[in-house]
Design a protein around this ligand. Structure first.
Ligand code: ATP
Ligand code: MG
Length: 348
C-alpha cells in the first residue's frame, strides 16, 4: 500500500546541506500498522511527510496504493492526498470552528452537499466516540478528545492510508492508550493502512504489526514487533526495548554477578517465553526432569501486540552436567536463553 524506494531527502540551509533521509526503502502492506521509531532528529517527521509529499524527496520514488506520487501534476496530487489522512502531535484543529465544522472542512472543499456532509460527520463523530460534542469548540475539549476530532477529520476523505506523526506524544499514558485502541479499531473496521512515527516504545508495543528503527536518516533495523522484542540486533534497538520492558536484574543482584564459573556460584540465565510457553509449567518440569534447583530472581509478563511475552531471570543449581542438560532442554523448547553470568549460592 505504501512503497518508498531509495528515498533521499536533503535540506539546503544557509550553513550547508543536511541529509535527513538517506536512501530509505520501505513497504507497508495493506491493512498493516507499521511503526517507525527513532530518537529526536533521526528523520521521522521528514519520512512521514515524504509519504504524502508534504516534503518532496530529493531522490527516489513514493508509491501509495499503486500510484507514483512524484509523477503527478499538482491537481492530481491534491486529489490523491484526499486518500491519505494525517494526524499530528498537536492536533492542528481550527480553533474558530466547532468540532462538527472541523470535520466537515475537508468535505466542504470537495463540494459535497450539506445533507451528505451532515450524515458523514455524524457517523464519524460516532466512530470516534464524540457523539455529543459536535457543537463544542476545540478549546472546550481535552487533549484526547481533540485527537479524536483530528482522527475523524483525517477519515473524512475515506483514506486508504493514515499517517500519524507522534499522535499520542502530547497525551498522558492512559489517554494515549485509548487513542491507540481507537486507531487499532479503525484499522480493524475500515481496513486502513497505518504508518505511525514515534519515539515511544509503548506505542510500538501496543499496536504495531511491524517496526523499523530510523537513525541518522537510515533504517537500521526492521522486523515484526514480536520478533523485534526477542531478537533485536542493534544496540539502539536494545536500548528502545530496555526502555519499555523490565528485563534486567534488580541493582542489588546485578552488582553481585560474576563472570567466571566457580564451585561457589551458579549460572544466571534470562529466559524469554512466548505465547503457549508462558502458560506451561516449564520451570517445575525442568527441575524434576534434570534434578536441578531453579530460583527465580526476577519475573515479568508483558503483552506485546496482544501476545504474552514472559521474561524471567533464573539461577540454576545442581551438578554441572544436569545444569547443561537443563539449559539445552529450555533451548529446545524454543525459549530464548541468555546467560548473564554467575551468582553465589544462597544469594536470596
Ligand atoms: N525544513 C527543514 N530545513 C532544514 N533542516 C530540516 C528541516 N526539517 C528537518 N530538518 C533537519 O532534518 C533532520 C531530521 O529532522 P526530523 O524533523 O525529520 O526529525 P524527527 O526524527 O522527526 O525529530 P523529532 O523526534 O525531534 O521530531 C534534523 O537534523 C532536522 O534539523
Ligand atoms: Mg518529528
Amino acid at each position: 500500500m505504501i512503497d518508498l524506494k531509495e528515498v533521499t531527502k536533503t535540506y539546503r540551509t544557509k550553513t550547508g546541506s543536511i541529509t535527513a533521509l538517506d536512501n530509505i526503502s520501505l513497504s507497508v502492506k495493506s491493512g498493516e500498522i507499521m511503526g517507525i521509531i527513532g530518537t529526536s532528529g533521526a528523520g521521522k517527521s521528514t519520512l512521514i511527510r515524504c509519504v504524502n509529499l508534504l516534503e518532496r524527496p530529493s531522490k527516489g520514488h513514493v508509491k501509495v496504493d499503486g500510484q507514483s506520487l512524484c509523477d503527478l501534476s499538482p491537481s492530481a496530487l491534491r486529489t490523491s492526498r484526499r486518500h491519505i489522512g494525517m494526524i499530528f502531535q498537536h492536533f492542528n484543529l481550527l480553533s474558530l470552528r466547532t468540532v462538527f465544522d472541523n470535520i466537515a472542512f475537508p468535505l466542504e472543499l470537495t463540494g459535497m452537499s450539506k445533507d451528505d456532509i451532515h450524515q458523514k460527520v455524524t457517523s464519524l463523530l460516532d466512530l470516534v466516540g464524540l457523539e455529543n460534542r459536535g457543537q463544542h469548540y476545540p478549546s472546550e475539549l481535552s487533549g484526547g478528545q481533540k485527537q479524536r476530532v483530528a482522527i475523524a477529520r483525517a477519515l473524512a476523505g475515506d483514506p486508504k492510508v493514515l499517517l500519524c506523526d507522534e499522535a499520542t506524544s502530547a497525551l498522558d499514558p492512559q489517554t494515549s492508550l485509548s487513542i491507540l485502541n481507537l486507531l487499532e479499531q479503525i484499522r480493524d473496521q475500515l481496513g486502513i493502512t497505518i504508518l505511525l512515527i514515534t519515539h515511544d516504545m509503548q506505542v510500538i508495543k501496543h499496536i504495531c504489526d511491524r517496526v523499523a528503527i530510523l537513525e541518522h536518516g537510515k533504517i537500521i533495523e526492521e522486523n515484526t514487533v514480536a520478533e523485534f522484542f526477542t531478537a533485536a540486533k542493534t544496540d539502539i534497538a536494545k536500548e528502545f526495548i530496555a526502555s519499555s520492558i523490565r528485563q534486567d536484574l534488580p541493582k542489588e543482584l546485578a552488582q553481585r554477578l560474576q563472570t567466571e564459573s566457580t564451585d561457589k556460584n551458579a549460572p544466571v540465565i534470562r529466559l524469554w517465553f512466548h505465547d503457549e510457553s508462558t502458560s506451561q509449567p516449564i520451570i517445575a518440569g525442568t527441575c524434576q526432569r534434570f534434578h536441578v534447583d531453579i530460583n527465580i530472581l526476577q519475573a515479568n509478563l508483558e503483552y506485546i501486540h496482544h501476545r504474552p511475552v514472559g521474561i524471567m531471570i533464573i539461577k540454576i543449581e545442581g551438578e554441572d552436567d544436569n545444569i547443561n542438560n537443563a539449559i539445552k532442554h529450555l533451548k529446545a523448547l524454543e525459549i530464548k536463553t541468555e546467560q548473564l553470568g554467575y551468582i553465589t549460592h544462597h544469594v536470596i
